[in-house]
Design a binder for this molecule. Structure first.
Ligand SMILES: *[C@@H]1O[C@H](CO)[C@@H](O)[C@H](O)[C@H]1NC(C)=O
Ligand SMILES: *[C@@H]1O[C@H](CO)[C@@H](O)[C@H](O)[C@H]1NC(C)=O
Ligand SMILES: *[C@@H]1O[C@H](CO)[C@@H](O)[C@H](O)[C@H]1NC(C)=O
Ligand SMILES: *[C@@H]1O[C@H](CO)[C@@H](O)[C@H](O)[C@H]1NC(C)=O
Length: 546
């Protein structure tokens, strides 16, 4: 007993001394930094308001609540680490660097390890994680590229892992999408400003017309609400009640706009196009390796744990063993789709597939019930070959220009109306319009869709269901606050986890846009869409069936 007391005293003294040293260091740092940046104006409360939307929508069951907790834990992102950090001390991609591990010559079948050291604007190492990095290994002359897996060590360093899949010179490309300090701002917006994209509906009765604001959740006890909660799924949707008209006179739904002034001038410094949004991190020395053919007797690495696939000669090759056929001519596409019904549900990124197929095929008849072939619903028919394709957007929140309120349908309910079978193909994409809401909202939507997919596969197991994941997009200071790839990354992870183990095909749009050399865009360029369509058609018409 007695022997322990001096030790405790010693520890106490050490703590006091180190605390004092930190204090002195802090004063020294603050006084020595010549600031060209704005000082923090407001310290945000550490505790964000998670309850904003909780009073709307159904209570999850115990099992659903557990799944939700596990999913949220699996995407937990570190931070905030420090409040009101001077911008000079935030992560600077230009002052950070990466180091390729191992020799400059490596073999196919192995893995390339790259260490990333993140530093601040003063060139000093960061001591915490949370920066959002993406990584690509590529050989421009071979049209080859693969996405890397980034591991955050939570100490300012990161390890990136790439599978080595082709021979030749391969360049490492590491990009900081956002510094950790910007991710903290995005986390705050996600919880506190879920209505930063807002929606409207017009109500009409005879000559009377009114417009009100609508959303998944609206403040209670302020103004009377119209409750448009879906009776089948329980998905909530509300509009403020018009002053004169009744709730049953709603005629349409459209994107009202994007809220302004969401962040302070101080926070805006973490979102600068040429400084810290999607900026490459330079190599400390070597930025490429030479990949040699596999060595004899070399152990095989299970690469599909690292990447979903890679490009070679500009064409996508999945690592799950699926053989991809190329459908270069309309005759090949027609031949594959003959006698099929292809139902597309979701956002504009699945509509893009419909547009690709429609422009590739001759003799199609487009049937739109209403004026717009953008918002849908529409149908495309090739009566000679008995091909039917249809598109319908997913239920609200949907940021389209204007959809008839009678055409606002939830994917889960639409799936329940489909018979299914070997000639039925269902293509889904539900991600982009959820980026401004807390992840719980997305989990709930996917849960309803997943149940409907399971019911469909139970009644007709031969139905092909392809689910498209989120993709990277072009970011600037403004759209980062609404559509950042960080929001998409989190939803992408949730989608993968929630459909794992089901007999559906996940089309990894994230990696297909990350591994490709063309710039990121919410609607990926034609070359990438062609690869996606080849993947889908290869599932519809696999090699063994020709
Ligand atoms: C969070 O939001 C709820 C509902 O809007 C409100 O009642 C509560 O006071 C808020 N809490 C904080 C800490 O802002
Ligand atoms: C809206 O309607 C749904 C289902 O009819 C109900 O469960 C929910 O409590 C209602 N919301 C409000 C705020 O009254
Ligand atoms: C399709 O086009 C690609 C690229 O031009 C070519 O390499 C491939 O051989 C073609 N495949 C078929 C089946 O026509
Ligand atoms: C959709 O409508 C626009 C404008 O009317 C037209 O230019 C476009 O070709 C149409 N798209 C399809 C796929 O029919």
């Amino acid at each position: 007993m007695d022997g322990h007391i001096p030790r405790l005293v010693l520890i106490f003294i050490l703590l006091v001394i180190s605390g004092f040293l930190l204090f002195i260091l802090n004063i020294f740092m603050e006084s020595s930094i010549h600031s060209s940046f704005k000082p923090p104006e407001i310290l945000w409360p550490l505790e964000v308001n998670h309850t904003y939307c909780a009073h709307f929508g159904q209570e999850p069951t115990a099992e659903e609540a557990k799944e939700e907790r596990d999913l949220l834990n699996s995407i937990a992102w570190p931070g905030p680490m420090v409040q009101g950090l001077p911008v000079e001390l935030s992560s600077d991609p230009a002052k950070s660097y990466f180091v390729i591990q191992g020799s400059s010559k490596q073999n196919i079948g192995g893995q390339l390890l790259v260490n990333v050291h993140v530093q601040n604007f003063l060139g000093l190492p960061k001591d915490h994680g949370g920066d959002f990095l993406i990584a690509r290994l590529h050989s421009p002359e071979l049209g080859a590229g693969v996405a890397g897996k980034v591991h955050d060590h939570n100490d300012g360093t990161y390890t990136v892992l790439f599978p080595l899949l082709w021979a030749g010179e391969a360049w490492v490309e590491i990009t900081m999408v956002h510094p950790s300090e910007a991710v903290v701002v995005l986390k705050r917006l996600q919880e506190e400003q879920p209505d930063r994209v807002f929606f409207k509906s017009r109500f009409q009765s005879g000559a009377l017309s009114e417009t009100t604001v609508c959303n998944l959740c609206l403040p209670l006890n302020q103004k009377p609400l119209c409750n448009y909660t879906d009776p089948l799924t329980g998905e909530p949707w509300y509009c403020y009640k018009p002053e004169m008209l009744g709730c049953d006179t709603r005629i349409n739904h459209y994107k009202g706009g994007y809220k302004k002034n969401l962040i302070t001038e101080y926070e805006a410094q973490f979102f600068q196009s040429d400084v810290n949004i999607k900026i490459p991190i330079p190599a400390s020395a070597m930025d490429k390796v030479t990949v040699l053919p596999a060595e004899r007797g070399q152990a095989k690495v299970k690469n599909h744990y690292i990447s979903a696939g890679y490009y070679f000669h500009g064409t996508w090759r999945p690592l799950n063993g699926a053989v991809i056929r190329r459908f270069n001519h309309s005759s090949a596409i027609t031949h594959c789709l003959r006698g099929k019904a292809v139902y597309m549900f979701g956002d504009s990124t699945v509509r893009q597939w419909s547009e690709y197929l429609t422009s590739s095929l001759p003799n199609l008849k487009l049937l739109t019930l209403y004026s717009s072939n953008k918002t849908g619903p529409f149908m495309v028919l090739d009566s000679r070959n008995n091909i039917l394709m249809s598109y319908r957007c997913h239920g609200p929140p949907i940021r389209f220009t204007s959809v008839l309120s009678s055409e606002l349908r939830y994917v889960a309910n639409e799936l329940d109306k489909i018979q299914g079978g070997p000639d039925t193909v269902v293509l889904l994409s539900v991600w982009s319009h959820f980026s401004t809401f807390p992840v719980e909202i997305y989990i709930r939507r996917l849960r309803h869709i997943r149940r409907a997919v399971v019911r469909l596969l139970n009644r007709e197991p031969a139905t092909l269901v392809v689910i498209r994941t989120a993709n990277l997009q072009k970011l600037d200071p403004e759209n980062s606050l609404f559509n950042s790839d960080w929001f998409s990354l989190q939803r992408d992870a949730v989608l993968h986890a929630m459909f794992r183990g089901l007999r559906v095909q996940l089309l990894d749009a994230w990696e297909m846009t990350l591994a490709h050399h063309l710039p990121h865009h919410i609607h990926p360029p034609h070359a990438i869409i062609k690869n996606m369509i080849d993947v889908i058609l290869s599932h519809i018409c696999p090699v063994r069936k020709i």
